[in-house]
Design a protein. Structure first.
Length: 227
């Protein structure tokens, strides 16, 4: 299944490496010290096991999302716990462009994890996935007509792509987004280069790259709304 969505395979590999790292062990010790709900969580595998335990899932994920905004390790653990749900969303909404959709889902998921309301203590995973789905559908409107790399672009697609090129270039020239961010948007959105391949060439994580693109596109959308 991950063959269709390379970013998920990249995240799984990243998770395996992170789980065995000193950073992960330090995070686990930190969590057990300050979060009673995480008592007994000795490894990152225990975090994912708790996600599947209906008696513990909410208390464990709730403790992690409460820390996510200031603790990237906690946010990363929640992201991995949501992976099965993200794959299902990608299968449902990414048939036309799986790479773009899966990248968008990861970026939206990170935002939602880091801003999850602490008072929503029940059905944490379900609430997060609902919010992610809702945001994905809301975000599709501005980019849904971009030409796919697998489809010959129509004349209308060419016009839309040219308009997007002009908007991104203008935003870069006025300092709304950086030159690197503009290149990232155009390379992945218009030229259709997969995020995972681009990340590998640049020696960065796919997760980090989609976050950077997400932030740039958010600034671009705000700029266009004002304009």
């Amino acid at each position: 299944m991950h063959d269709r969505f390379p970013i998920f395979a990249a995240l799984d590999k990243e998770w395996e490496e992170f789980s065995a790292s000193c950073q992960a062990r330090a995070a686990l010790r930190r969590w057990r010290t300050v979060e009673p709900a995480l008592a007994g969580i000795e490894t990152m595998k225990d975090v994912l096991a708790a996600r599947r335990d209906r008696h513990r899932a909410d208390e464990v994920l709730g403790a992690l999302v409460s820390r996510a905004e200031r603790d990237p390790a906690a946010a990363r653990a929640v992201l991995q716990a949501l992976m099965p749900g993200l794959v299902r969303l990608a299968m449902a909404f990414g048939k036309a462009d799986p790479d773009t959709t899966s990248g968008d889902l990861v970026a939206i998921a990170w935002e939602r994890i880091c801003s999850y309301p602490t008072h929503r203590i029940r059905s944490v995973a379900a609430n997060l996935l609902f919010d992610i789905r809702k945001q994905l559908l809301a975000d599709r409107e501005p980019i849904e007509h971009l030409p796919s790399r697998d489809v010959v672009a129509s004349a209308e697609d060419e016009v839309i792509a040219r308009l997007i090129l002009e908007e991104v270039t203008s935003a870069e020239a006025t300092g709304v987004i950086t030159e690197g961010a503009a290149e990232l948007i155009l390379t992945t959105r218009v030229d259709g280069h997969p995020v995972v391949e681009l990340a590998a060439r640049r020696g960065v994580t796919a997760h980090g790259l989609v976050q950077r693109r997400r932030r740039a596109e958010s600034r671009l959308r705000d700029h266009l709304d004002v304009a």
